[in-house]
Design a protein around this ligand. Sequence first.
Ligand code: HEC
Length: 110
Amino acid sequence: MLRYLLPIAVLVSFGAIPPVAHGAPPFELKPVKVDLPDNNTMFPAGQNSDAINNNCLACHSADMVLNQPAMSKQSWAAEVSKMINNYKAPVAPEDVGPIVEYLAALKGAK
Ligand code: HEC
């Protein structure tokens, strides 16, 4: 007899538990419109700008590069190497020279 009563007792007691979120408003997903800042900046057109636009915009904006302080050509070369070696930027080897030239011309230390 107890074998039959136990499951019934369990079912009845579950039904007796009041809903936990009783009284709380039902959860509702609503679409929101978010205006993100523009991130479409390319590097300014000029000699060798194709090389840098093709290789240096995959992971961050041009502003990430252009807002850095002016540096010597040697430091820009080190910066490009850092992108390639540390961050695995897939830069075509023949583009490395033109990219460094571009950066030194635009943001070279005087
Ligand atoms: C594979 C992704 C990737 C690519 C492609 C890439 N970068 Fe970066 N870059 C990064 C990361 C990651 C950082 C560091 C971001 C941070 O610290 O918040 C960074 C930061 C920088 C900075 C800021 C200074 C610094 O060292 O943190 C400069 C300048 C820069 N990158 C230049 C370049 C140039 C020039 C190229 C093209 C040759 C390039 N990046 C391509 C990933 C990349």
